[in-house]
Every structure is written in C-alpha cells, then in structure tokens.
Write a protein that binds this ligand. Structure first.
Ligand code: CS2
Length: 511
C-alpha cells in the first residue's frame, strides 16, 4: 500500500484499528432507501444513523436478524444515493472509485477526533446521466423510503405567494417533458406514476430538510405539481404515500483540504470527500411510514406523534442563531462561527436574541429544558475544532431567513413583543447585500440564488430606506406592517451610519 491508495471496499482491512468501519457485509445489503441530495449533511446524519444500525444488527452472528419495528430484515435498509443537479457529478466522481464509502470525522470540543468509515450508502446514481435510471430505482418495489435533503430552496415555495412556484424554469420543463425531469418534484411524480402503474407497494417520502413541517411541505408541493400533470395520480399519491415530518440536527461544516489530509495521514488511504461533524446529533421523526422503516430508535433517533415543537425549537434557536452570528460575523470580518462566539459581544447578543425574542414564540417541548438547550447551543457553536465557516451559514440566506428568522418576527409582531434584535439582523443583511464587503473592505463570499435582485433592492436604501424589505420574494408583505417597517428603518439607518455592526448590536443591548 502507498499513501495514494484510495479508500474502497478492498482496502478496508488495511485501515488502522482506531478507525471504525462497517462490520456488516455490504454485499448482502439492498437499498430500501433512495436518498436525493447526497451532501455533507445527509452523510453525517441519515447515513450515519443507518450505518450504525446496520453495524449493530448485522455484525457477527446476528446477520439478518428480524427488525422488530418494521418486521423486515435489516439488510434491506441500505441507501442508494441520487444526484439530480449538474453539480452532483462531483460527488459521484468522488464516491464511485470508493465503492460509495467515505469517512465521517467527528470533532469534539476538547480536540479529540474520532473517524469511522460509513458503509450504508451502497450505490450512487446520477439523474443528469439518465433520468430513467433514477426514476426506475425510485419506483422499484425494493424502494420503501425516498428521503430528501434538497435544502430549503429545493421545495420551490414562493414566499411571496406561499404557493408552489410554477414559473421556475425547471418546473416548466418538467411539465412539458415528464419523462426527462430536472426538479425533485418531476422525479418524484414520474416515479410514483410508475409505481402506481406497476401496482407496487406504497412508499414514504421522508424530508430531512430544515423546514417547519418539512414532510407536510414536501407533500403539499408534490401534490400541487402532480395535480397539474394528472389529478388521478395526485389523488393516488394522497392515498398511498406518507410524508412524516422530521427534525434533524448535526452541525456539518464544509469539508476542507485539511480534513482530506487528516484522514490520509491517519488512515493511510485517500478519501476524496470525507465529511466532518460535531459529536452531537438529533433526529426526531413522526412515525408515519407507509411501507416499513429501519429501527433507527435503536441508535438514538426519537419517534414521536408530532414533531412540531422540536422542529420549531431547532429552527428558531439553532438555525436562527446561526444566521444571527453568520450575518453579523460576515460583516465584522469573522471567518468562523466559533470566532464569533469567542467574542463576548456576539455571545451576549445571541443569548439575548434567544431569551427575549425567540423563546417567547415557542411552545413547551416535551422532555427538553429550553435553558439547557440554549446553553448547549452556545457550547456547540463555540466548538473550536469544528471551524464552521460563516460563509456556509450565509449560503442561500434568501431561502434560510424566511424559514429561520422571519417567522419569529411575525409571531412577535402579532403578540406585540420585541422584534429589535431580529430586525437588526435584517438591517445588517441589507448592508451585506448592498456593499458585498466586510467592515474592513474585504469582499464577502456571497452564494445566493437571489444575490442580484437582493443587491439591486439593497442599493436603493440610500434613497428609500424600505426598498430592501419590499423585496416580496423574500419578505412577502412584511414591509406593510408599520411596526416592523419603522423599527427596520431606524436600525438600517443605524448600521449604515455606524459602519461597525458591533456598535449597533451594543446599542440594542443597552436599551
Ligand atoms: C445551518 C444549518 O445552514 C445553516 O444555516 O444553521 O446547516 C445547521 O448547521 C444544521 O441545521 C445543524 O443541524
């Protein structure tokens, strides 16, 4: 072996014993799960839970043990990864030569690092090569769950209308060419039609994205799209497919060159695309599966009748908290979330936002003490080994803020509570979109599908202070709320004038 050998099935025995690996026979696994959107998060979360389950159920002597909750053989719960965007070719190119194996590098706050090779993904196919292969795979009787991590923006919801966006060019294309889909809804509809026509068993669509009622949204969007194609098919989907809501959590930074090098040195093998994460992970799922499910509860997932309080808590504290640090941190010139937390001004602002504005909008969460949860978030954000970049957090802010932060503002407006701390984030985001540089003049790394229209709206601020919040694709009719608009006007004035976001933050805390 040389240090340039790749991680793959044949090389697994060469791994040092400190690195975990599948103890099950991957060749005996079939893919009951088809997953769309193979990125870092899926690989550190759903695939890692599933790997652990396969490991504990299928190792030594316990091969093919009956799975209590699904009454199915655990070996049917392997995963076939699917990419439907052009960019997914990069992941396919990395995973192909590695037999879909990759390493999960878990970084603890005290510097301890634990690596293991994850084997639950047993295949990876690209719709961009041939959509029919993906459609047939999703329609195959072997497939019982189609899971999704397609990001907040992937649901094609227009915040302005609250409805499915039929103007999206991919959607227009898919309605005209149902056999050659590009969008996730085109793929799902084509596969479900094939399933119905073949009389195949029902299936579960399991959304694992950070959206409130992610399953309900997936269902609503899919039905809107399918209805346009065929009302009969849409009603078959309503009857036969379940869409459990789920809350997912594990901070998963973007993989760096240093991570690739770390694994190479530790293992003696090249993994072209490892994934790194924090040790914490959480998965709360509604137990509504149409055709069986893995016993994920045996490896720490929680099945509940209603996931709502858990998901609202996570979106409005963890994800919104990230956005608060991300937008302010980007303008201030910080590169990582832990750098932000190490600055007391940021940590204090965050805690005040949590306590004064986010928490009052939350219902009690069964089994969770919110004070402990908030403490643990500050600790997790501060994990110095994770080095989660501010630019990852700010990625696609236009689809994150309407989900993470704006609902807290609208709830507080309705209840007559404080909105200042959250509104300052919107004001700072306007400056961010307008100037596109940090406070030291360094260009910001902005990746957002709405970057240009947001820039156009933000740059009118000098003449019209409300121009940015009138951008309805993000803010809907929020600008028409006079309380919000006047608060925003004062704060946008303040951030533009001070040139230092920490001063505006401090002024609000002192009030
Ligand atoms: C982050 C999330 O994208 C974001 O802005 O808040 O990716 C976050 O790290 C995950 O939801 C953690 O579970």
């Amino acid at each position: 072996m040389s240090l340039n050998d790749h991680l793959n099935e044949a090389n697994l025995p060469h791994l040092p014993s400190s690195i975990g690996r599948p103890t099950y026979d991957r060749s005996s696994i079939t893919s009951g799960i088809v997953h769309i959107g193979v990125g870092g998060f899926f690989r550190s979360h759903l695939a890692s839970y599933t790997d652990e389950l396969l490991n504990c159920k299928l190792s030594d002597g316990e091969q093919r043990q009956q799975d209590k909750s699904s009454q199915q053989d655990t070996s049917c719960w392997g995963i076939c990864g699917v990419g439907i965007r052009e960019d997914d070719a990069r992941m396919a190119a990395a995973m192909g030569p590695q037999d879909c194996l990759y390493s999960l590098i878990v970084k603890h706050p005290n510097g301890l690092v634990e690596s293991s090779v994850i084997g639950s993904m047993i295949d990876f196919i690209l719709g961009t090569d041939d959509p029919s292969v993906v459609i047939s795979k999703m329609a195959s009787p072997e497939t019982r769950i189609v899971s999704l991590t397609i990001t907040e923006g992937g649901y094609n919801l227009s915040p302005a209308t609250g409805d499915f966006d039929f103007d999206n060019p991919d959607v227009v294309h898919d309605l005209e060419h149902p056999d050659q889909p590009k969008s996730v809804f085109g793929y799902l509809t084509a596969a479900l039609k094939m399933r119905r026509d073949a009389g195949a068993a029902p299936v579960t669509v399991l959304s694992c994205d950070n959206i409130q009622h992610n399953g309900d949204l997936a269902r609503r969007m899919l039905l809107r799209f399918a209805q346009r194609q065929s009302p009969e098919l849409a009603s078959w989907i309503e009857d036969q497919v379940t869409f459990p809501n789920s809350m997912v959590d594990r901070i998963t930074p973007v993989t760096s060159e240093a991570d690739i090098e770390y694994f190479r040195v530790q293992s003696g093998l090249v993994d072209q695309w490892p994934v790194t994460s924090e040790p914490f992970r959480q998965w709360v799922i509604e137990d509504r599966f149409a055709n069986g499910r893995p016993a994920w509860e045996q490896v720490g997932a929680q099945f509940v009748p209603d996931v709502s309080p858990y998901e609202t808590m996570k979106l409005r504290l963890l994800n919104a908290g990230h956005s608060v640090l991300g937008i302010f941190g980007a303008l201030h010139g910080y590169e990582t979330i832990n750098d932000c937390i190490a600055d007391d001004r940021f940590a204090t602002y965050l805690r005040s936002f949590f306590d004064r504005e986010a928490t009052p909008t939350l219902d009690p969460v069964p089994g969770i003490n919110l004070d402990d949860y908030k403490d643990s978030l500050i600790e997790r954000f501060g994990n110095p080994s994770i080095r989660d970049s501010v630019s990852r957090i700010c990625l696609q802010s236009s689809s994150k803020l309407p989900v993470f932060l704006i609902p807290t503002i609208t709830d507080n407006l309705k209840a007559g509570r404080s909105i200042h701390l959250a509104t300052l984030v919107i004001a700072a985001w306007c400056l961010y979109c307008d100037r596109q540089v940090d406070q030291n003049g360094k260009p910001l790394d902005i990746v957002d599908d709405m970057k240009e229209p947001l820039h156009q709206a933000a740059k009118k601020t000098a003449d019209d202070k409300r121009a940015f919040i009138r951008y309805t694709p993000v803010f809907g009719d929020l600008a028409q709320n006079e309380d919000f608009a006047t608060t925003y006007e004062t704060l946008v004035d303040d951030v533009y004038r001070s040139g230092d976001v920490t001063q505006s933050m401090q002024r609000l805390l002192d009030d």
